[in-house]
Design a binder for this molecule. Sequence first.
Ligand SMILES: [Mg+2]
Ligand SMILES: [Zn+2]
Length: 219
Amino acid sequence: MSRSPPHEPRLRPALFLDRDGVLNEEVGHLHDPRDLKMIPGAEPLLRACNQGGVAVVAVTNQAGIGRGLYDAEACARVNRAIAEALGRSGATVDGWYLCPHRPDEGCACRKPRPGLLRTAAADLGIDLPRSVMVGDKVSDLEAAEAAGVGASVLVRTGHGRQEEQRLVAAGRTGLFRVCHDSLADAERTIVGLLGLGRPGSGSPGLGRAAGAADGDPVP
Ligand SMILES: [Mg+2]
Ligand SMILES: [Zn+2]
């Protein structure tokens, strides 16, 4: 007999990914696919999520829309170009969530606020405590913490190297589990956190054991 009531679908974990500086190089207000440069090596991790029942969700602040620097359609074109680049290696992004607002608008969705992650969770049936966020900025990690995401990984691409130094100097390394040079380098850590290891590998995943993740230790 199932313990879940029939009207409550089973929730799945997600891999939340910031876009600029995580999936693609940070070039500042990217809005033309011709300026897109992918950060290589994310595809095997994304495919493992696709095959393992983990939703892959991009969550991105795009204040350039609110500032009138480019429009939502330009942003969507870049997202499609990223999706196509990943798709050439068989990796799929399940959802794209963006905040188009300027910081002074005080919206609920601009990271470090948790709105984008909460909306995605409601739309896609995501179990936030079993999910993982990857970002290159403190605001990515803060949004994940505010949304109740189980663990965050900081990457040193994009703004990540400076943000790591900032967090270490401020004694705020509790915001992230580990720091890796790139999303590709974080693959083993994230596979472990999401419990996507091969059956019998003993990978605990989130929500069971809270042991240290594989990766560069944080001072
Ligand atoms: Mg970023
Ligand atoms: Zn917003």
